[in-house]
Structure formats: structure tokens, C-alpha cells
Design a protein around this ligand. Structure first.
Ligand SMILES: Nc1nc2c(c(=O)[nH]1)N[C@H]1C(S)=C(S)[C@@H](COP(=O)(O)O)O[C@H]1N2
Ligand SMILES: [Mo]
Length: 404
């Protein structure tokens, strides 16, 4: 009786390992284990970006059945910083991973089995998606828009495409990856005895070792992180050589994205005709002058502005609680509200607050920053400041509060 033994692992390994080092691509670095380590790292970084990105998306496109809570106050600042940090750190890993597996893309014949055809077609959204997500994200935080299409929409939809491709790629590579990660790394003596590896300039001993490449990639990621994280971690701002922002530079010592002149609100904000109106579903609509607004009971809080671009700062604010204004105007307890700024146009001229956000004790229409009246660029005469909220929704130059 003959028993069919399972195929020796070694053969299977070779079948998958060899195409990485064919023809001109003989570097010992193009191997399964390195591809697996880099791939797993990328998978983790991209997943962090995906989850934090979705969280940011629901803030900006609220779902009625999933109201975002106002607490913890610093949560969005944390998740969005993490989003941008993970995106930046993934750059060197992506480049290295593409380099290692490059021979696979140009391998011939294209496929031996039908499943490989599917797999290779699936590489397109994977590679194109990974490159697009990283590139568009980096360009956005640098405020460089070399394209005509909407950044938020394309970054959002491509995230689903890329993540879908990652999930199916992980599925198809699960066993190979696990095996490659478990396998002890190739001993140098063995590799040195390999005639192919020995004859290439990139072989062990002469070029970069596998460990060396991983260390280089990790160092590059670490360096990029260290030189950009200063845009959100204040004590590290002097290291922020590549950071688009210094969190201490700007009017009143805090940065500004869109100033009053760009927004076209200078005259309206300075005009004595300025009013803060509370209207919509209220018993007593109100129209307050700036003096009347400033005469209302003020409340102090320390809250962050956390821009979607990954820079942030925490500051002491003072102003009127939104819930006090709503109560004065006689709004119903369960209230969604819309804020409108003086800006004549633009994507950020309005924002909404759900009931929980509007009623938080720290949700203010701030008139003061750091003990001084708000600078025009920070939203004078008054701006929204609320806990756990993307910067883009902290509406400046507020003139209308509408209860929906
Ligand atoms: N009306 C209005 N409010 C706005 C903006 C805007 O363009 N218009 N920019 C937002 C963005 S993107 C951010 S990050 C914060 C920054 O607040 P700051 O300029 O006071 O630092 O303001 C937000 N409020
Ligand atoms: Mo922002």
C-alpha cells in the first residue's frame, strides 16, 4: 500500500521564492520572508489609516444612526495624528515592498494557473491603490493639489478599493506569509554557498543584508515620523524639519489654515452691523450684537484644534456655551444645529452639531483665545470650539445658529 506523502514544504517554498530572484533580479534581498515582513508592516499601517480615516469621514459626513459623541475631548486629535503619522511612515515601507516583489510583476509566463490570473489582476488595485493613497495623502498635507478632482472624495473611495484589494491579497498570501514569517531566516553560510547569490554584486556579504534593508526602511520611517510629528506634538516642534506646520507660528501664537482675507470676511467681521442670530426651531429667535454676546456668562476651557491635515494645537478658549444660547432661545431639548459663518462661499462656511455635541459643557462660541479677543484669522467675532472634532468643523466667523 502506498501512502501519498504531502509535498515537501521545501519544494513549495522554492516555487514561490524563486520567481523573486529571476534573471536580472538576483538580489538575495528579493525573497519571500522580506516580502512577508514588509507586507505585514504595510498591512498594519494601512489598516490604521483606514480605521482612523473612516472615523474622520463619519465626523464630516454624519450618520443619523451613529451620532459621534463629544467625548473623549482629545480623541479626534489622537486618531487624526495617528492617521497622518501612519500614512507618512508607510512611504518607505511601500517603496521597499514594491522593490522586493517587482520581479513578480514582470514575471513571464503571466500565470500558470487560473487562480494566478485572478491574483495578478488583483495586484493592479493593490499597487495603484497603495501608491494613490500615500501620494494623495502626502500631497494634501503639503497643501499641494496637482489634480482637479476632489481630494476627500477620491481619497475616501480609493481607500475602500485599496482595502478590498489588501484583504483579498492577505487572503491569498496567508499561508505563504505565515510560513515565511515562521521560517528561521536564511543562514549566511548557506547563502554564501549558493552559486547564484555569490556571483551577484548584491549578494550577501557585498551589499545590504536582509536585516540591513529592514533596518534602513525602519530608520527611514522613523526619521520621517520624527521630522513631521512636531506639527502636533509641541515639544518636538524643533525637530519638525519636514512638518508642514509649526504649532506655535501664527496670529496669537497659533497656526491658521484659511485666514480672514482669503475667506473674504474682513469687512463683515469688523462691521458694527455684525449680529449673532439664533433662529430656526426656537421659541424666541435672538439677534445679538458683539457687546451683548460678550456680556453673557462666559466659560473657560482648554481644547485642541486638530486639522485633518495632521497638525494640531491645544489652547485656552473662552466664550458662551452653545447650550446656554439654545436654552435662552427656547430650543427643544433634542436639537441638531447648523452653524453658518460670514463667509459668502466655500466648503467650510457651515457645520452641524448633533444634540450631544451641542449640549456638551465645553462646546462654546468662543470670543477669546488665550485671554485675548480672537484674532480676525482665528474667527473674530466668534468661532465654534467643541471637544472631539475635526478642525475643519470648528467653524470660524460664526453669524448664525440655526436649530434644525
Ligand atoms: N468659516 C470657516 N471656518 C473654518 C475654516 C474655514 O475655512 N472657514 N477652516 C477650518 C480649518 S480647516 C481648521 S484646521 C480650523 C483652524 O482654526 P484656526 O485657523 O483658528 O487655527 O478652522 C476651521 N474653521
Ligand atoms: Mo483644517
Amino acid at each position: 500500500m502506498s501512502v501519498k506523502l504531502p509535498e515537501p514544504i521545501q519544494r513549495y517554498t522554492t516555487e514561490h521564492d524563486e520567481p523573486l530572484r529571476q534573471g536580472p533580479y538576483r538580489s538575495a534581498l528579493r525573497d519571500e520572508r522580506l516580502a512577508a515582513i514588509l507586507g505585514a508592516s504595510l498591512g498594519i499601517l494601512f489598516s490604521i489609516c483606514f480605521v482612523t480615516g473612516l472615523y474622520s469621514h463619519v465626523h464630516q459626513h454624519p450618520l443619523s444612526w451613529l451620532p459621534i459623541p463629544a467625548r473623549p475631548a482629545g480623541l479626534y486629535r489622537f486618531t487624526q495624528s495617528l492617521h497622518v503619522v501612519a500614512g507618512i511612515a508607510s512611504m518607505p515601507v511601500l517603496v521597499a515592498k514594491l522593490w522586493v516583489v517587482w520581479p513578480r510583476f514582470v514575471a513571464f509566463p503571466v500565470a500558470k494557473r487560473a487562480s494566478q490570473v485572478v491574483e495578478r489582476i488583483g495586484l493592479f488595485p493593490l499597487v495603484a491603490g497603495g501608491i494613490f493613497m500615500t501620494f494623495s495623502g502626502i500631497a494634501n498635507i503639503a497643501q499641494w493639489y496637482p489634480w482637479r478632482f476632489s481630494f476627500t472624495a477620491s481619497h475616501y473611495w480609493m481607500a475602500w478599493v485599496t482595502m478590498g484589494a489588501i484583504v483579498s491579497h492577505v487572503g491569498s498570501k496567508w499561508f505563504i506569509t505565515r510560513r515565511a514569517l515562521k521560517r528561521p531566516s536564511r543562514r549566511p553560510a548557506l547563502a554564501a554557498a549558493d552559486p547564484v547569490l555569490r556571483t551577484t554584486a548584491e549578494g550577501p556579504g557585498e551589499g545590504l543584508s536582509r536585516r540591513g534593508l529592514l533596518t534602513t526602511v525602519a530608520a527611514a520611517s522613523g526619521l520621517l515620523t520624527l521630522t513631521t510629528i512636531g506639527q502636533t506634538i509641541r515639544p518636538l516642534r524643533h525637530l519638525g524639519l519636514l512638518a508642514p506646520r509649526d504649532p506655535t507660528v501664527g496670529p496669537q501664537g497659533f497656526p491658521v489654515n484659511r485666514g480672514a482675507a482669503n475667506a473674504g470676511v474682513v469687512d463683515l467681521a469688523n462691521s458694527p452691523a455684525y449680529r449673532l442670530e439664533i433662529s430656526g426651531r426656537v421659541a424666541r429667535p435672538m439677534s445679538l450684537t458683539l457687546d451683548q454676546l460678550r456680556a453673557l456668562p462666559a466659560h473657560d476651557t482648554v481644547l485642541p484644534i486638530a486639522c485633518v491635515e495632521g497638525w494640531s494645537y491645544s489652547a485656552p478658549w473662552s466664550g458662551v456655551r452653545v447650550r446656554d444660547l439654545l436654552d435662552m432661545a427656547g430650543a427643544e431639548p433634542d436639537r441638531t444645529i447648523l452653524l453658518e459663518s460670514l463667509e459668502p462661499q466655500g466648503a467650510y462656511r457651515t457645520s452641524t452639531l448633533n444634540s450631544g455635541q451641542a449640549d456638551d459643557r465645553d462646546t462654546l462660541l468662543a470670543t477669546h483665545l488665550d485671554g485675548e479677543p480672537l484674532a480676525l484669522d482665528h474667527g473674530f467675532p466668534c468661532r465654534l470650539i467643541a471637544p472631539n472634532r475635526p478642525g475643519v468643523l470648528q467653524t470660524k466667523w460664526v453669524t448664525k445658529v440655526v436649530v434644525l
